[in-house]
Design a protein around this ligand. Structure first.
Ligand code: SF4
Length: 368
């Protein structure tokens, strides 16, 4: 089995559940945080005893809202990770933060604990779109959190934005992009809003209380993101991600390149491979159940046979602008994708075209 060099840690606590969110995230459970960190520590020790880990190249604390953890708890967790694993001196250590729960004492604890990349869940600057998303943070908070993080020394800052939001107009989206660019982030992720079953937003749309977004508007907004971000010096290196040169997310590259990633925490997924077959497994999802189950927290899993493993590698590799070496056994699918103008061949590699990036779901359908 190939050793793990990438660690994901899930922190499922949120102050409030946003209307569009179908992540494994819970509001009103903050009092479980100390026990949850204990359970995480137990899982990590258990994992290190059972799996092979090499020097970690990336650590990613995602959620949920990792920035909700009090400084003492996040410091304890970061310290524990460094004591338990060999974290490379130049590892990328990312923490997802909500602007509303980012303050100086927490930033000091993150930096002290070795966090060197912050992913700020801004989502937008336009109050109407933020209201539809039920975000409780506003443009002023986002701007303040960003400036504070920079001033305190976070050198690598990423911003998340959402488009195709009901009531978001072409102009408010362009204004959002420009406000984001003005902050000079190192990395920008733009996500198309999806209405996931079981969310409040899904129910509201079904009841006719939220208007549909015209598909044309969605494409225009994606196009505007390409124009604005590329003009400002960002490269679209993945379907939904732009960065300044050299500041692509190293952790996410591990997912797109199908490298082994160990996922710790409630509902976290792990991926392991021996280079031929692959295995995926996931932990029990609810924080209380996770705490009760620790350290043996695995809920279920599956094995991917050799063909499925390569198909996933192809599907994910074709999310990235650089593409990948063409794998054997998919000639017919690749020819069809090339004829449809979704991929191109360059120096023996295959890479998505702009159309292939915009319509990546068609690539996924063709190869999986
Ligand atoms: S803050 Fe993020 S994880 Fe938490 S509910 Fe909102 S969208 Fe979901």
């Amino acid at each position: 089995m190939q050793p793990f060099r990438h660690l994901y840690v899930h922190l499922p606590f949120c102050r409030h559940k946003c209307g569009y969110c179908d992540f494994n995230a819970y509001a009103g459970m903050d009092r479980l945080i100390p026990e949850y960190v204990d359970a995480l520590e137990n899982e990590l020790v258990f994992a290190r005893e059972r799996h092979s880990f090499q020097q970690l190249e990336t650590v990613y604390l995602g959620g949920g809202t990792p920035s909700l953890l009090p400084p003492a708890e996040i410091s304890r967790l970061l310290r524990f990770i460094r004591q338990t694993f060999n974290v490379s001196p130049d590892a990328e250590v990312t923490l997802e933060a909500n602007p509303g729960s980012t303050d100086e004492p927490k930033l000091a604890a993150w930096l002290e604990g070795g966090v060197n990349r912050l992913s700020l869940g801004v989502q937008g600057f336009d109050p109407r779109a933020l209201a539809v998303l039920e975000r409780r943070t506003d443009a002023a908070q986002a701007t303040r959190a960003f400036a504070m993080a920079r001033a305190m020394g976070v050198s690598n800052l990423s911003i998340d934005l959402i488009y195709a939001v009901p009531h978001q107009t072409p102009q408010t989206w362009v204004d959002t992009l420009r406000q984001a660019i003005q902050l000079q982030p190192d990395h920008v992720s733009t996500y198309c809003l999806s209405f996931e079953e079981g969310t409040l937003l899904y129910r509201r749309r079904a009841e006719g209380r939220v208007p549909e977004v015209e598909p044309d508007l969605q494409w225009d907004q994606l196009d505007a993101a390409c124009v604005e971000l590329e003009a400002a010096g960002y490269r679209r290196y993945e379907v939904s991600n732009w960065s300044r040169p050299g500041l692509e997310s190293r952790h996410n590259q591990a997912y797109w390149r199908c490298r082994p990633v160990y996922g710790a925490g409630a509902g976290a997924h792990s991926y392991a491979t021996d280079g031929e077959h692959a295995w995926r497994w996931w932990n029990v999802a609810r924080p209380r159940d996770y705490i009760a189950a620790a350290p043996s927290v695995r809920a279920d899993g599956e094995e991917l046979d050799a063909r499925k493993r390569v198909a996933e590698t192809l599907m994910l590799g074709l999310r990235t602008a650089d593409g990948m070496a063409a794998p054997a056994g998919f000639d017919a699918e690749l020819r069809r994708l090339q004829r449809a103008g979704l991929i191109r061949r360059i120096d023996g590699r295959i890479a998505p075209t702009r159309r292939g990036m915009d319509l990546h779901n068609q690539i996924a359908l063709a190869v999986l």
